[in-house]
Design a protein. Sequence first.
Length: 226
Amino acid sequence: MDQSVTITGDELFHLRNVNRAKPGDEIEVIDGKGSLYYGRLRDIGREVAAVDIYKQENLPKPPVRVVVAPSLIKKKAMHLMVEKLAEIGVDEIRPVIFTHTDEKFSPGMLKKWQLIAIQSLKVNKRLWASGIFPPVTLEQLLSQVGPMATNLVLDIAGQPLNGLSLTLPALAIIGPPGDFIDQERLLLRDKGFFLGRINDCILKTDTAALSIAAILKTSEVRTIPA
């Protein structure tokens, strides 16, 4: 096929300085939107690399199965949480601004998270990047996410998850370091959310998000061992 792509930025740095690629090398390029390109490196410079594509594969977008909605947290921890959730392969990451959320959001943060999700594809070998959304209030989240088979909120005051079957698609909400307020818990109960806990430990927001994501991604229907 007569097609070429260019590589710049962090991906160029990785290609040139980590992989030590040189003209003539065969490489694979993914766009995070379901396309996998097989190509041959034509030229690599300081600002841009050119790749001649000879084959392309496309994967239709899979249905949304796992949505994780954690509180917005401090920038460094948030970046790491997004990276690990994307590596685990959650379909959507939807940050939430709760009453006790103490971090501010700027549009540049969303662009950074989306770049992190794309880079995570090099680890998990998926063709579709995790969808990442700008932070919203709890009320907005509940109005935006469609019907789910499992609606779960992690809460140390909730019931143990041991032995429960968690059917996908699932939405898991994780509160802020300062905990939910009573009105937020009441709203979630009124919306039919199950308040559950992974264990008897108080988990940080990022730890809880990664834990429940790993549980939900293990299978279509997961029974947590008692």
